[in-house]
Design a protein around this ligand. Structure first.
Ligand code: ADP
Ligand code: MG
Length: 452
């Protein structure tokens, strides 16, 4: 049977947009994007999606591309499928739109060494009292890795700039010493690779990769909790690097001693160098970040608008950026004018989630209570039906009630992929529409969450 690749790609794209549209509070914006995008090329190896302009490309790349890839691969059962974006305007381009991308897809096949986001550099990091100390130690570490603060342990809440700082260190080291081996991994990737290596007997290669790093950056180390089998190998890797004066930097959403189910000796290693925290952003920082972002996007609005957004979005810089990106989207994609009403509309999802203080952890707990399982089950990997369904419900509720992104929810649920979360939301919402008794069940959990 010959597969019509083009039709398949078109279906995948439509399915993806549909499924995410149901989840996204800013459906209108996605509709705009959908109207302006389409399949450009569909082959055995890759699918190229045409997008209207650079802004949309950035928007999709930053927030959706990983989940698009994962969903396409899963739906099409083509694990090696690559998805790329190309800018190719269909509508007439405004005359002042000087910086249209030539549409070159990223060079492929270049070794993914190290996968650092080019935006996460020190120059793009805005400093204020809440992050000043963390910034200073990271700067020093980037300048002289392995010297002063080793290991460096950085902690702070979600969306406060940990990943940004971690990668900024990597960038700084490579600027000065391009031949340095800088390895950046999420804890989850690190553990998966380790397990893989252990089970396929390729431990040597794994060890070589990590034990020869000059700078090892491990993001979200809190996910090592409970992975006892791998802590041993990790401990050895740590010691080897540390003893030979290589720099190790960790990030975590909590301080070392609050990471549960981790061997004491590892905790004490985490604490043995410098531990620095990042606090939630103060008002000045929030305004400054908005201004910087708007400048970068060459988007001009009244200062009053920045102040307004900064007062409403308080805890999370990622959300702050999200709010601005959404606003820019409304203006650029939908040709709307910035008015106070529009800002309110854009912020609707955010302003609600803050006063209620619904946390993903709280939702996990309520759902676990209701189903008679443990929170650890819900964030774990076991695939029994009695756990999978409660897990999916909890994910869907987290999505509905907290305004967190798919990625953030995945993170909280033990480092799961965007597409897993998306699939869960899709499934639960589908059943909610057709199954009244299931709806009763979910409403009951909602009530518990609200009362918790
Ligand atoms: P975390 O890893 O702590 O969850 P990230 O590093 O991913 O947070 O930051 C979330 C977003 O906020 C990123 O886009 C990052 O660039 C931005 N950000 C965070 N802190 C700052 C800051 N001080 N200045 C500029 N951008 C920031
Ligand atoms: Mg992070």
């Amino acid at each position: 049977m010959t597969v019509n690749r083009r039709r398949e790609a078109e279906n995948l794209w439509r399915w993806y947009i549909d499924s995410i549209r149901k989840e996204e509070p800013n459906a209108e914006m996605l509709d705009g994007i959908l109207r302006l995008s389409g399949i450009k090329e569909a082959g055995d190896e890759r699918i190229v999606i045409r997008v209207e302009n650079d802004f949309i490309r950035g928007w999709i790349e930053d927030r959706l591309l990983d989940s698009i890839k994962a969903s396409f691969r899963k739906m099409a059962e083509r694990p090696d499928l690559d998805v790329q974006l190309v800018v190719e305007p269909q509508a007439p381009v405004p005359a002042d739109d000087a910086e249209i991308d030539e549409g070159e897809p990223r060079p492929k096949g270049t070794p993914a060494r190290p996968r650092l986001n080019p935006k996460y550099v020190f120059d793009h990091f805005v400093v204020s009292s809440s992050n000043q100390f963390a910034h200073a130690v990271c700067l020093a570490t980037g300048k002289a890795p392995g010297k002063q603060y080793n290991p460096l342990f950085l902690y702070g809440g979600v969306g406060l700039g940990k990943t940004h700082l971690l990668q900024a260190i990597g960038h700084r080291v490579l600027e000065k010493t391009p031949e340095a081996s800088v390895v950046y991994v999420s804890c989850e990737e690190f553990l998966n690779e380790m397990i893989d290596a252990l089970s396929t007997g390729k431990l040597k290669r794994f060890r070589k990769k990590y034990r020869t790093a000059d700078v090892l950056l491990i993001d979200d180390i809190q996910f090592i909790a409970g992975k006892e089998q791998t802590q041993e190998e990790f401990f050895n890797t740590f010691n080897e690097l540390h003893n030979s004066g290589r720099q190790i930097v960790f990030s975590s959403d909590r301080p070392p001693h609050e990471i549960q189910r981790v061997e004491k000796r590892l905790i004490s290693r985490f604490e043995s160098g410098m531990v620095a925290d990042i606090a939630p952003p103060d008002y000045e920082l929030r305004v400054a970040i908005l201004k910087k972002q708007a400048d970068a996007a060459r988007f001009t609005v009244d200062d009053g608008i920045f102040a307004y957004i900064a007062r409403k979005v308080v805890f999370n810089i990622r959300q702050l950026e999200g709010a601005l990106i959404k606003l820019i989207g409304y203006v650029q994609v939908l040709n709307k004018k910035v008015t106070p009403e529009l800002v309110d509309e854009v912020l609707a999802g955010y302003s609600q989630s803050v006063p209620k203080r619904l946390t993903i952890d709280g939702i996990i707990k309520s759902a676990a209570d209701y189903y008679g399982v443990t929170p650890a089950d819900l964030v774990g990997k076991r695939r029994q039906k009695g756990i999978v369904r409660p897990r999916q419900v909890a994910m869907a509720l987290a999505r509905e009630l907290t305004g967190a992104t798919l990625g953030e929810i995945g993170e909280r649920f033990g480092g799961k992929d965007h597409s897993t979360v998306l699939y869960a939301c899709e499934k639960v919402n589908g059943e909610l529409r057709t199954d009244p008794s299931f709806k009763g069940e979910v409403d009951e959990i909602r009530a518990r969450i609200a009362g918790a």
